[in-house]
Design a protein around this ligand. Structure first.
Ligand code: NOJ
Length: 774
């Protein structure tokens, strides 16, 4: 083995070129930094020294009970163990969650700040996932915009409403990579790809927090769920994730690192076992990676009851052991259960934990409160809260973003945008006029009465020019209740007998027969996605498929609008229904946005952030996989069907047409540590303004380990006027060409030849090559 130091690469303070046999790696030596390191440690912000000194002074005055109080987060959606006032007054709580009444939040804050011994403010946390009162498209839809600035804007607007209510902490973004659409929480993330996921993660952090923690009208982000939750076995929520080191470092961890690099102030430890060790008791994750490798200085909160459930996992032997293991692994604050408070005093006495470990946890919490400005300005102004909710500006932004996130999957013979010749429009489907269902799951502070359904949106858009005939056709229902039913629920079915259901089904077909065109709004109830909302089938629930097939059989032109947050089985529709518009759960302004899209007032430009399976048996079908034998026939992996997805990652149509040509690179070689300018000409070949996403994919031809056939390494969404041609230049950063090698156990950029494709989905064909050199 030869090794020679090279003076500087942007990524590392100490690197070496190492040759092993015929291969050469640009590598991080083991003695320089951890062998696991994904990328550079995070810098310590200068403001931390001041915050730390402040926190340490306070810690010196705190009793053990006060310290453990700070480390406890109490939910207020059910009666707390002791009255909330008493908890606040005695310093027995550091944070409350699940409270949205601005006056009550402010009142409790007054109690904590004015009546507790050390006057430490409370931190109010909430699941601000895709909006607070105004609801924006669900996170998977934000990713489908392929426009990080749209995701940033949505979360910034959400932060404003939350902060105006007194909430200073969002349990978002969820950055779990998910490659299994059976998993209900695929809706909360950015899909399958670590590069797209990282860009969406950092954008959302900036949206929530602003440029730095503590900005007015902003709140602290909490990146979750650290780590690997998206790989739940079989897509079954909460089941263990078994992830190879290679996949962990190259796929699942990068979005977390990107979010922390963007300044996220906190992170949430996940529920499930990662490779046999529960994430909330996992010192490798919470200490070795997070603190040692990444140098993270923010706070760590457990997921809901995840400390206590270390025992349920068969990991800790009892509540004391759970508290000890979680603290020693690196959890600072316990959500919803009180093992820390109840069990750590005795554990400290027995020497199972140290006072220093407790102080570290408290320090992280106090620093977060300090940086958020809560010691100087703990209160909100509840008299202003109502006027800041669902403002015209919030609505306008929600409507625009909901048009940007929709993905047009099929538009045969340009049926969309709808022609003005259609004077009678049938609007059919169980989701067409449901206010909660257009919002999606995880919008517990949203008011369904604020939201605009598709029926309402179409009435506003078409009442002057066309007649709308509406009915549900069928009703759908979850087979098991949802954990959120009491807080937020979809309308219950109203038809109780088969005869009623049959009559309604035929009524829908009658309306279609009376119309010039029919729009079917199908998909899933909001409660069918999200936490504890995994499925073993991806079929349209209930009798929706039959309704769709019967609608097509009428011979009328049919438009299928999907409201959902995961790929569903639409294989029949993909051949037989002329139009499929994936609108996701578009939020408060969803109905208006869908009317904008159907009418052509807006032009779809979203792209899939996940490959869409052709059959459920293909799962996982993510594009970034390695090739082995017979690469020339990749579509023969099954004898009983295709192994290609129905729609590839990155795919999406527009009412405009585009070409991407003339791919060129600034130089045929690029030095590790620098960037390669990649240019491509994008032309709008239609006479309608529209958006196109230019996507860059690379493939490393050889290395210390096999590399995926393609990896997204750059993208940009551009708006083009009719017939406009634009040269788009994307800086390909060589840092993104590095990977953690399962052969060397190092993160390295390996010199060699790379393929480069530019196009509008992962099947892009415009191709060139370049060489990465030291
Ligand atoms: C459990 C969920 O897993 C997590 O994402 C959420 O933030 C907490 N509950 C609080 O609601």
């Amino acid at each position: 083995m030869r090794a020679r130091a090279i003076p500087s690469l942007l990524m590392f303070s100490a690197v070496a070129i190492v040759s092993i046999g015929a291969a050469t790696y640009i590598s991080v030596p083991r003695n320089a930094v951890s062998a696991h390191q994904v990328t550079q440690p995070l810098p310590i912000p200068p403001s931390d020294a001041e915050a730390r000194a402040f926190a340490d002074k306070l810690i010196a005055k705190m009793t053990l009970a006060e310290k453990l109080g700070q480390m406890t987060q109490v939910p207020l959606n059910s009666p707390p163990p002791r009255p909330a006032d008493e908890l606040a007054r005695t310093g027995s709580v550091g944070s409350f969650l699940f409270i949205t009444d601005a006056a009550e939040i402010n009142r409790l804050q007054h109690v904590a700040v004015e009546q507790s011994r050390l006057h430490i403010p409370l931190l109010f946390g909430y699941d601000v996932i895709h909006g607070f009162r105004t609801i924006y498209p669900v996170p998977i839809a934000l990713a489908a915009s392929w426009d990080p600035s749209a995701a940033e804007q949505a979360q910034s607007m959400a932060a404003r409403e939350a902060r105006a209510t007194g909430i200073q902490w969002a349990f978002a973004p969820m950055v779990d990579i998910a490659r299994d659409p059976r998993w209900g929480r695929i809706m909360e993330g950015a899909g399958e790809d670590p590069f797209l996921g990282s860009r969406m993660a950092e954008a959302q952090v900036k949206g929530f927090q602003g440029a730095t923690l503590g900005e007015p009208d902003h709140i602290m982000a909490c990146v979750k769920h650290f780590a690997g939750y998206g790989a739940a076995s079989g897509g079954r929520d909460y089941e263990e994730s078994n992830i190879s080191d290679e996949q962990l470092w190259n796929v699942y961890l990068p979005p977390f690192h990107a979010a922390l690099e963007a300044g996220a102030g906190s992170i949430m430890s996940a529920y499930m076992d990662l490779n046999g060790v529960p994430a909330t008791g996992n010192r490798f994750l919470l200490h070795d990676v997070l603190r040692d490798d990444w140098n993270f200085h923010g706070m760590v909160v457990s997921d809901w009851a995840a400390v206590k459930s270390l025992t349920t996992h068969g990991f800790s032997k009892d509540d004391t052991d759970a508290a000890v293991r979680a603290l020693n692994a690196g959890v600072d604050m316990e959500m919803s259960t009180t093992n820390f408070q109840d069990k750590l005093p005795a554990a400290l006495h027995q020497g199972l934990v140290t006072e220093a470990a407790i102080n570290n946890a408290v320090r992280n919490i106090l620093i977060a409160k300090y940086k958020l400005g809560l010691f100087k300005n703990p209160y909100s102004d509840p008299s202003k809260t109502a006027s800041l909710m669902v403002t015209p500006e919030q609505r306008a932004t929600a409507r625009k973003i909901a048009t940007q996130t929709a993905v047009l999957l099929r538009d045969q013979d340009n049926l969309l945008p709808l022609s003005s010749k259609y004077k009678t429009i049938a609007l059919i489907g169980p989701l067409a006029d449901s206010k909660p269902d257009i919002m999606g799951s995880w919008c517990l502070a949203g008011h369904p009465s604020d939201s605009v359904t598709v029926l309402e949106g179409l009435h506003k858009r078409y009442d002057a020019t066309a007649k709308i005939l509406y009915t549900k056709g069928v009703e759908i229902e979850r087979e098991q209740p949802s954990i959120f039913d009491e807080q937020f629920s979809s309308p219950k079915p109203t038809m109780t007998t088969d005869a009623e259901r049959d009559t309604e089904f035929h009524h829908a077909l009658d309306l279609i027969n009376q119309s010039d065109v029919a729009i079917l709004v199908l998909g899933e109830l909001q409660s069918m996605s999200g936490e504890r909302a995994s499925r073993s089938s991806l079929d349209l629930p209930g009798k929706q498929e039959q309704l769709l097939e019967a609608a097509v059989a009428t011979g009328k032109p049919i438009v299928l609008v999907l409201l959902n947050a995961r790929p569903l089985n639409i294989t029949w529709a993909s051949k037989n229904v002329p139009v499929i518009l994936e609108a996701w759960y578009p939020g408060t302004e969803g109905g208006n946005a869908i009317a904008d899209l159907l009418s052509g007032d807006a032009n779809p430009g979203g792209k899939l952030p996940v490959a869409w399976p052709l059959t459920i048996g293909q799962i996982p079908i993510n594009y970034g996989r390695n090739l082995t034998q017979i690469p020339e026939a990749p579509n023969t992996r099954y004898w009983d069907g295709s192994s290609a997805p129905l729609y590839p990652f990155g795919y999406g149509l527009s009412y405009s047409t585009f070409t991407t040509t003339n791919l060129r690179i600034a130089a045929p070689t690029v030095h590790a540590g620098s960037t390669l300018q990649v240019s491509v000409d994008v032309q709008n070949t239609s006479n309608r303004a529209g958006d196109e996403v230019v996507e860059l994919y690379t493939h490393q031809r050889a290395g210390s380990a096999s590399r995926p056939v393609r990896e997204l390494k750059g993208f940009v969404r551009v708006s083009l006027k009719p017939n406009e041609t634009r040269t788009v230049t994307i800086a390909l950063n060589t840092k993104d060409l590095g990977f953690w090698s399962p052969q060397t156990h190092h993160w390295s950029m390996e010199p060699g030849t790379f393929d480069l494709w530019a196009g509008t989905d992962e099947t892009a064909t415009t191709h060139t090559t370049f060489d990465l050199v030291p």
